[in-house]
Design a protein around this ligand. Structure first.
Ligand code: MG
Length: 399
């Protein structure tokens, strides 16, 4: 069969208020197309442009079955590579080609990757509240719903509600106090363990909001609470600090949602400085590089915990789940839920039952997009305020 890619386009939509970008790769076989996630929510327009102005002409006429070759040539033909915009555009294409491969084989993608290592995917969910009693109630409800891995946060990333003495003329921003954040978080963990014991696994996301020495202190003090993991403790620019933290305590560490380039994870994995790798799969270029990363991690005893927030499209969530099902060294999947009207816009969404998520067994990813409905939810153009993190004196810090 002379199968060729005829067109590649980007679909931007925000059914839950968060900009999502989905790539659709079409072929000369009537009705045969694939979908992939290319969501870089804070710069979504640049990804749409990269897909339509560069990926589309590059891909026309190519055989969609040659996924590995398409991935490599699309990556290196820009010469400068491994940046977030182009990686996301390439991820949209890569996932779409795997979707097409599954449809051609009449098999779900996980079956092409060696089949099931597990029937359902264990997830961790998010519990957050401004005050401790409210957080306790939320955690209680989640345990009753069957969740057994729960990420707990008091307020937003870095904490919330701190009385801040700003200098005169301080600019707008998401102000927080790193010192109070550390102490309140440790108190929160003590209270959670006292109330819920050790049957449930708790997690906490630092979201790179601490300087190294405070991160070290928090990790050491957290050891006694037996977390499933402490998430994104350091900025990607400071990852050599994990050597220090690793040597100081046995708190399990997860890192990577901001990673773009293979050199960002290589040392962390090969020196066993982390326990869970949690890249944003579209941010590293799709499932093709993610499978190689997972295999590297398998050799060094590191488990996967792919990033799964609201700024991953349902297509991206499904791709994460197929990786989880087929990967022997899968650890846990972040699951922020699929808020209405996402399931209506994306027919074939996965289902959550008692702390596990299940995909359907349709060919490819088993998920589609209703473009008519997607067009009703235009993407907002403003940046969210949480990305403007500042310390009390107004110093900008990573969000
Ligand atoms: Mg996170």
């Amino acid at each position: 069969m002379s199968l060729k890619i005829t067109r590649t386009r980007a679909i931007a939509t925000a059914p839950a208020g968060i900009p999502l970008v989905v790539v659709r790769v079409e072929t000369n076989e009537p009705g045969l197309y694939g979908l992939g996630c290319a969501t870089f929510t804070q710069r979504w327009k640049t990804v749409v442009n990269a897909v339509e102005e560069y990926m589309d002409p590059f891909l026309r006429g190519k055989d969609p079955r040659n996924i590995e070759d398409v991935w490599h040539t699309a990556m290196v033909s820009a010469y400068w590579r491994n940046g977030p915009v182009l990686n996301n555009a390439l991820s949209g294409v890569d996932m779409a080609l795997w979707d097409i491969a599954g449809k051609l084989a009449s098999m779900p993608v996980y079956a092409l990757w060696g089949g099931k290592c597990r029937e359902g995917v264990a997830v961790y969910t998010h519990a957050g509240a401004r005050e401790l009693p409210e957080l306790m109630d939320r955690v209680q409800r989640m345990i009753e719903e069957g969740f057994f891995n729960i990420r707990c946060q008091l307020g937003r990333y870095g904490g919330e509600g701190h009385a801040i003495n700003k200098p005169d003329g301080a600019p707008e921003g998401a102000y927080y106090d790193p010192n109070r954040y550390v102490m309140e978080t440790l108190d929160m963990m003590a209270a959670l363990r006292e109330r819920f014991g050790y049957d449930v696994r708790f997690l906490h996301d630092v979201h790179e909001r601490l300087p190294l020495v405070d991160a070290l202190y928090m990790a050491r003090e957290m050891e006694r609470y037996r977390l499933l993991f402490l998430e994104d403790l350091l900025q990607p620019e400071q990852v050599d600090g994990f050597r220090l933290i690793r040597s100081a305590c046995a708190t399990p560490l997860a890192m990577g949602e901001l990673f773009n380039h293979p050199l960002e994870w290589r040392t962390l994995v090969t020196e066993k400085l982390i326990d869970f790798i949690r890249v944003h799969v579209s941010q590293i270029g799709g499932v093709t590089p993610a499978r190689k990363l997972a295999a590297l991690c398998e050799c060094f005893g590191v488990r996967t915990a792919w990033h799964g927030p609201g700024d991953v499209s349902p297509v991206g969530h499904v791709a994460n789940l197929h990786l989880d099902i087929a990967c022997p060294n899968f650890g846990v999947q972040e699951w922020s839920g699929l808020r209405d009207p996402l399931p209506e816009v994306f027919p074939g969404c996965p289902e959550l039952r008692r702390g596990y998520v299940y995909v359907n067994d349709q060919p490819g990813w088993g998920i589609d997009i209703d473009e008519e409905k997607a067009a009703r939810y235009t993407c907002p153009e403003t940046l969210p305020m949480w990305t403007m993190a500042r310390w009390p004196d107004g110093t900008s810090f990573t969000p």
